[in-house]
Design a protein around this ligand. Structure first.
Ligand code: FES
Ligand code: FES
Length: 159
């Protein structure tokens, strides 16, 4: 066991964890943050488990909880500020960017980071950015549209 201190969605958690505990299991089972999903048995291919580590999108099934010691994690539960959704969340709602919604938390986390680095993406760039996120409902047309709409919302709010 190893004691770690990890800040999650602004709150610091000090926990004793097994060295082999995955970050995704720490978030879901220890902290009950079940918005972070698992859809590929921890193989790193579905992207449903994506969270932010110090602001950068990472797949939490490919990291150990001990590797997050001293770092800051944001999960999908930490995106909105109270009732105020982010532009990307609003755009997903407006553009019907989800069907069953299982892939959505991972896509929101990945695309939030993507738009930070590429605020004015082409549709091809959005599709490339989504390459690590699988949507089994295959609603990619609406997902791409939602990301494009979010980029426009963010540009308008910055102007
Ligand atoms: S559960 Fe992490 S990529 Fe699928
Ligand atoms: S909306 Fe169902 S898996 Fe993507």
């Amino acid at each position: 066991m190893q004691t770690v201190t990890i800040k999650v969605n602004g709150e610091a958690f000090k926990e004793s964890v097994p060295e082999r505990l995955l970050l995704v299991d720490f978030l879901r089972e220890r902290l009950a943050l079940t918005g972070t999903h698992v859809a590929c048995t921890h193989e790193g291919v579905c992207g449903a488990c994506t969270v932010h580590l110090d602001g950068d999108a990472v797949k939490s099934c490919l990291m150990l909880a001990v590797q997050a010691d001293g770092h800051e994690i944001t999960t999908v539960e930490g995106l909105a500020k109270g009732d105020e959704l982010t532009a990307l969340q609003k755009a997903f709602r407006e553009e019907h960017g989800l069907q069953c919604g299982f892939c959505t938390p991972g896509i929101l986390m990945n695309m939030t980071d993507f738009l930070k680095h590429n605020p004015n993406p082409t549709d091809d760039e959005i599709r490339m950015g989504l390459i690590g996120n699988l949507c089994r409902c295959t609603g990619y047309v609406h997902i791409v549209r939602a990301v494009r709409t979010a980029a426009k919302m963010l540009a308008a709010s910055a102007a």
